[in-house]
Write a protein of this length. Structure first.
Length: 186
């Protein structure tokens, strides 16, 4: 797999409102573990749409991994122009920092938000342009990632499109591993 779309919950869907929340650290660790596995299989590009939450945290992980895997690249394909315009200043600054470090940035729709259809088009575009999807999503807790997952499942019925999820049990395992590591458990 050469191109992987990474997505998941928006930060508010997880109840995470600060970048230094401990949960962000565990989510990033879970994403990193998955990405390293794909890098060893030839992953070249990670694609995100730049939404707050899992996608921007995944971008941070990509930037960290690029130190070990300089061939890894990040593309940010926003659903429409100026998607961050209604975000608070702190989130806008974080977003701009991420954009400035990405290898490729573009908007799928060349206009500002005008219809929920733009989100549907974004999901279709991300699935069409990738070989697989890594999604932080738990079907027990519905949220916006379900729409991207539905789009990916349609493609998977017709092709060998890969779908991998990180659910809350997976995150709990990461928390336990990190706690044991950090506390010199043994």
């Amino acid at each position: 797999m050469k191109v992987l779309t990474v997505s998941g919950y928006k930060s508010h869907e997880l109840g995470v409102f600060k970048q230094d929340d401990k949960a962000v650290e565990y989510i990033k660790k879970a994403i990193e573990k998955s990405l390293i596995g794909y890098l060893e299989e030839g992953l070249e590009w990670v694609i995100i749409s730049g939404q707050m939450g899992v996608e921007l945290w995944a971008a941070d992980v990509v930037f960290e991994l690029q130190l070990q895997y300089p061939e890894l690249k990040l593309a940010i394909l926003t659903p429409f122009l100026n998607q961050e315009s209604k975000w608070n200043e702190k989130n806008q600054e974080y977003y701009e920092l991420i954009l400035s470090q990405a290898d490729f940035v573009d908007s799928i729709s060349k206009r500002e938000y005008d219809s929920p259809l733009q989100f549907k088009q974004k999901n279709q575009f991300l699935v069409d342009k990738s070989d697989g999807l890594l999604l932080l999503y738990d079907e027990e807790k519905e949220g916006t990632p379900k729409f991207l997952l539905e789009t990916a499942r349609k493609k998977q019925q017709l092709t060998s499109y890969m779908i991998s999820t990180i659910n809350f049990l997976d995150l709990q395992s990461v928390v336990e591993e990190e706690t044991m590591k950090n506390n010199d458990f043994w």
